[in-house]
Write a protein that binds this ligand. Sequence first.
Ligand code: ADP
Length: 469
Amino acid sequence: MKLLFVSSEIFPHAKSGGLADVAHALPRALKKYLDISRVMPLYGFMNKELLEKCEISFRIELSGIYYNISLYTSENDGVKTYFIDAPLLSFTQNLYGDAKGEYSNNDLRFGIFCAAAVELAVQLHVDILHLNDWHSALCALFIKDKKLNLKTVFTIHNLAYQGVFGFDSLQRLGIDKKYFTMDALEFHSKVNLMKAGIAYSDCVTTVSPRYAEEILSNTFGCGLDGFLQKYSSKLFGVLNGIDTATFSPLTDKALIAPFDSEHLELKYLNKKELFQNIGVQEGIKNPLFAMISRLAHQKGFDLLLSSLELILSRQLHLLLLVEGTASYKEQLEEFAKKYDNFSFLFGYDEELSHRIYASADFLLMPSLFEPCGLNQMIAMRYATVPVVHGVGGLFDTVHEDESVCGRGIVFFEPTKKALLGAIERALELYQNTQKMQEIIHFNMKCDFSFDKSAKVYFHYYQNLFEELQ
Ligand code: ADP
């Protein structure tokens, strides 16, 4: 069985969020079960000289226009990645947009990507394509339209990003108007590319069992709950994992003092170095709460901002490593000027994020919704106790007063009162050294690797493969 994993981002080549981590780690866990390779765009900021030029090249056609496609490859941990070098798609210096917003031609950019990925699948004699989020959703429609003998799995990593474009998109992408119906691409008179993945894939998954249930409701369905209900018989929740080789506190090269569960005292050295580096003089003995996140509404920053004064009045230090929306940034910067126990670091920094996971006592995730969330699993590996809003994957992976993996502090209402209550419980836990250690030891033994999800995905692929025969 041959599978092509299609993603708009793959760590370490390009990353904007958890999708890149999954696209890196899941194929790696799957390689022992089947012949798997990956495909992603070659973006303008990537160095072609570090890649190998591939012998395969071809043309694709969208709406009467031909696009020349060249391919590059690289091999990472035994999995080959193909990079699609195409006009428009590869001209940009970012993945999806810049300071002015999303690139206006993203429909065409990712339409070209999908058409090229399907042609590559045909040339590689692939059986199944595993598509991820709206950027690769059109592959399913192209396969259906051309009646190709290929099966598709479509994974929704975040339903909030659907790839919605104007009606003229159909013409640009060369898509027949027969697909512009409520049961297919139409979404409030616009074109919704995520819907193509849901309607035309043979199997649809999302990244946690709880999120698979939530998205069928009005609250979490982002306007697609009714549409998803229609396809619920082929919708499954498969919990993500993390790359346990990359996120290992004992072998992590970013840490000044690597540690394991028998040497937790070394966490303190990491914390000391972190405090020195970010210029914090006092409060090292106080619990360190950290957030490592996109600065977006989804991640609960409105809730955090409304509670921040009260949070910072407690004996704790709060540190944020975030990147994103300017209005949140300005408000948070104001708080950082006023409070010594608040550090605000703006930017995306992989190494620093590892040092923070290793140094913090608690990782705060007040997300309004969270399809899976990787941070809480990384935190638990690094002996950091998660404090989370119990939604989506956070509900599935963090439990209070339970002996199932993993353990932490959970609040169930997205309110100031519930968030402050959770922080209060975390502070109490910090005082109870024995219980805190017990939880940390328990969490460090939990299996958050991708092995379990790989087995489930393999089962779905096998079923589809049998249908092909
Ligand atoms: P999402 O995909 O919604 O952003 P996930 O929890 O699935 O959230 O994945 C987030 C990933 O990105 C994690 O690996 C996290 O450590 C990393 N990350 C998020 N923000 C930053 C940042 N500012 N600097 C470094 N890493 C970050």
